[in-house]
Ligand binder design. Sequence first.
Ligand code: PGA
Ligand code: ZN
Length: 415
Amino acid sequence: MPSITAIKGRIVYNSRGSKTIEIDVITDKKFFGRASAPSGASVGKQEAQSFPDDNPKKALELFTTNSKKFIGLDPADPKIIFDVLRSIDNTERYTKIGGAIAYALSIAAIDSAAKSLDVPIFKLLKPRKPYKFPFPLGNILGGGAHAGPGTPDIQEFLVCPIGAESIIEALEINFEMHKELGKVIESIDKRFTYGRGDEGAWAPNVNNDQALELIDKAIKNCGFSLGKEISLGIDLASSSLWNEKKKEYGYVRQGIKRNTQEQIDFANDLIKKYNLIYLEDPVHEEDFESMAAITKRNPKCLVTGDDILVTNTSRVKEAARSKSCSGAILKVNQTGTLYDSMKFADACTINNIKIITSHRSGESSDAHIAHIAIATDSKMLKSGVIGGERIAKLNELLRLREYDLIEGMADLSTA
Ligand code: PGA
Ligand code: ZN
């Protein structure tokens, strides 16, 4: 059995230049694992809290004081890491030590275990085949909490290369779409500065409707057709639009307000008009009932919960009971440790809720989530299209082709 022999944490910076936690785990004195925690901009209320009192230094101090407790543990067993961490912080949202520690520690441990056992991480998490590549779900145009004034209220316009038969073909379709869309935006806006948001998506000065028209044009220019080579997805990130006092969704940049029924109608219309394969957080994070109405009406679209589920096992069970979602975002740092996430994935699978493993808008250059997507049988890996911290995950998928263990792409047909 491999055994942790050294452990060290430090503060580093994420892709937004904000402080985060990085942890090194060494197994059997020579196998080195490292991970640093990502962070969100549109954060669900029920997510694990990244740092105690918003203070990374405090998180690191508490971790350093307790780090000896992890020496001698098996790094390949996410449950053991979880149990010891829970003996230090048993709060629901890791408010004492912080979710960033939970993330970095549990991922660095499995990273070092994989090296000591000389197997890829995904194989440690799921010992048996089938292994399939997730479809890359790529953000090509965005606004909301990820880009500045003038950009659309909608947070993310996404592409999924549904016609691709290999991961390389899938990535190339997304790259082509991103490039072409840049040219299309430039052709209608001579003052376009090639500005991009936090996830590498174009951030033009257009409203929601114009954004969809531009994407439609780019699809045609590439010679693709909707539903054949490519399908569209949207993350409405509706909790960022929701005004709890007024009970309405504010599309401030477009100057539109929608009540709950209007928001449901808007979501249903978007799915119908653009044949969306994917719609994330169409309503705010406590509205399981409206999510259920949209899910029921659109059996071919993955109506996906992000802020509403926050990678939380109890919440996805609640969503299964109320039939609120057909898809679930899995973000390890929303829930804390790798073990918490694998439990969440099990609950999704048992309830036939499709998993979409996802990056955060503030990322590291780590690639671990590519393995987590494969190990959890994710239908998609949502990790942007361009930008070093996004490409790191996509390039890892390409490297994993060399293991000859993964046969083809995930099956989207039941979506
Ligand atoms: P976040 O956004 O990482 O800023 O929370 C991503 C998302 O909402 O999917
Ligand atoms: Zn989201």
